[in-house]
Design a protein around this ligand. Structure first.
Ligand code: KIV
Length: 269
């Protein structure tokens, strides 16, 4: 079987894992739709995460909890269809992996079947080891996510830096032993993230976890300067698209008002 999506330059799960041993840093960004995923892929990002951050940055909710499995699949399919090169990972939304291993396999199976993505991500370490092991045994590649887990925002009482080194290490090691191919470390002091990175043979992907992780992930809307209001300290805004879009829209409104748009070159004879 051959497909243009399975070309030799495609980043696969094993290739991503090998990047750690080769000392090559891994770049990951989120995307939620076709045009952005296409741009990211053509710009050379190693992996694209269809994050449940979609609940906040696309749907406008206060937390990541409301987004549904069907919505993740709907957006995951658009992203996977756009991508030729990067590895596509889709987040398992709350509580799609918390209802037993059988249900988690059914839901993750739907994600891979219906989107065309290559892997799933779920929040958890030691507490989700049985689920990670079950999915891995079923042939579904799993990226684990430890440290700050946004789906636990109510239990954690907010989005806080996680400093329990023993727990962090236990979670990351348990995820690796259970078969995860990679682990996201969110909001972890950089020295602790460095220690975990050294201990694991699978790649660590940091977000607010310092420069010693094997890779970095950011939410696309945050790094493009599209997010209104609070932006976490760990985000670097590489653009200010709020300003670019807002001034373009203001200019359009002005030109419609004063009649300078459409000009002759935008009209048919
Ligand atoms: O949902 C998401 O975008 C994420 C990243 C922040 C890692 O989980």
């Amino acid at each position: 079987m051959s497909s243009h999506k399975q070309n030799g330059s495609r980043i696969t799960v094993p290739k991503l894992v090998e990047m750690k041993a080769a000392g090559k840093k891994i770049s990951i960004l989120t995307a939620y739709d076709y045009p952005m995923a296409r741009l990211l892929d053509k710009s050379g990002v190693d992996a694209i995460l269809v994050g449940d951050s979609m609940s906040m940055v696309i749907q406008g909710h206060e937390t990541t909890l409301p987004v549904t499995l069907d919505e993740m699949i709907y957006h995951g399919e658009m992203v996977a269809r756009a991508v030729d090169h990067a590895l596509v990972i889709v987040d398992m939304p709350f509580p799609s992996y918390l209802l037993g291993v059988h249900k988690a396999i059914e839901n993750a199976g739907r994600i891979l079947k219906e989107t065309g993505a290559q892997a799933v991500k779920l929040e958890g370490g030691a507490d989700q080891a049985d689920v990670i092991a079950g999915l891995s045994a079923a042939g579904i590649p799993v990226m684990a996510h430890v440290g700050l887990r946004p789906q636990l925002v109510h239990r954690m009482g907010g989005y806080k830096v996680q400093r329990d080194e023993h727990q962090l290490l236990e979670d990351a090691v348990a995820a690796e032993h259970a078969g995860a191919f990679s682990v996201v470390l969110e909001c972890v002091p950089k020295q602790m993230a460095a220690k975990i990175t050294e201990k694991l043979s699978i790649p660590t992907i940091g977000i607010g976890a310092g420069d010693q992780c094997d890779g970095q992930v950011l939410v696309l809307n945050d790094m493009l300067g599209l997010t209104e209001g609070y932006v976490p300290r760990f985000v670097k805004e590489y653009s200010n698209l709020r300003e670019t879009i807002s001034s373009s829209v203001k200019q359009f409104c002005k030109e419609v008002q004063d009649g300078s748009f459409p000009a002759d070159e935008h009209s048919f004879k």
